[in-house]
Write a protein that binds this ligand. Structure first.
Ligand code: PEP
Length: 254
């Protein structure tokens, strides 16, 4: 069944104390105030994964994600983190292909496809991010860019493996800029992605595919975005660092 999800990407933010407080506050507020069925994913910085896991492991519907992983099993890759290490500290999910990884670390579709394989090999759920830049949107390339990223990173997968993946459409021009895609712009791309998945893997897998929207999701725009038929929740950056804001975003999901 298609899941509803509020995912928080904390990026390279927060002190250990702040990360601890944020985790505990969101869990407490969600348990007291949220009556829906959506799941929560926290994606803290690597050094906090263990601590956040410890704080959230009893909380039903809460999952832990790493923000990236290395595609190799192990070896001489100074500074990198393997899938097995991520699993060992309690994570069940991993972000792959966030636009900041694509933009600042040169991660392209071929490499991302290997990372997806490595995540799946270790039982991690890939949250595969994709989205166009402002330049690409203005050149009328939005759909072709998203198709290329979707197919390039994922369409080598078997139907069984693809059905484990979560997609996150994140227009690059809306990330951290305060500019949100309008509900119509977001829905258009989500419906397109689902249609592409349908063409590749069939109706059932497309219908069950969770597609999150990311790009300046806030408490005051979440409900309108999430009310679209192909938007199944949010991948939230800035607003996920504030417990009240993130909880309100979760509460916008059924
Ligand atoms: C993100 O980085 O995934 C993101 C969506 O950031 P923000 O919500 O701050 O735009």
């Amino acid at each position: 069944m298609r899941k509803k999800i509020a995912a928080g990407n904390w990026k390279m933010n927060l002190s250990p104390k702040e990360a601890q407080a944020l985790t505990s506050e969101v869990i407490t507020m969600a348990q007291a105030e949220y009556t829906g069925h959506a799941e929560v994913i926290f994606a803290p910085p690597f050094p906090y994964l263990s601590m956040v896991h410890h704080l959230m492991k009893e909380a039903k519907g809460f999952h832990l994600a790493a923000q990236t992983l290395h595609e190799a099993e192990s070896g001489a890759y100074t500074g990198e983190t393997s899938a097995a290490m991520i699993v060992a500290v309690g994570a069940t999910h991993v972000l792959i292909g966030h636009s900041e990884r694509r933009q600042y670390f040169g991660e392209g579709n071929d490499l991302l496809a290997k990372k997806v394989d490595q995540a799946l090999k270790h039982g991690l759920v890939p949250v595969y991010c994709l989205g166009e830049t402002l330049e690409e949107r203005e050149a009328g390339e939005t759909l072709s860019v998203n198709r290329e990223q979707l197919a390039g990173g994922l369409f080598h997968l078997s139907a069984e493996d693809f059905s484990k993946v979560i997609l996150a459409y994140e227009p690059v021009w809306a990330i951290g800029t305060g500019k949100t895609a309008s509900p119509e712009q977001a829905q258009e791309v989500h419906a397109f992605l689902r249609a592409e998945v349908r063409a590749q893997y069939g109706e059932e897998i497309a219908e069950n595919c969770t597609i999150l929207y990311g790009g300046s999701v806030k408490p005051d725009n979440a409900k309108e975005l999430f009310s679209n038929p192909d938007i199944d929740g949010g991948l939230v950056g800035g607003a996920s660092l504030k417990s009240r804001d993130f909880t309100e975003i979760l509460k916008a999901l059924p």
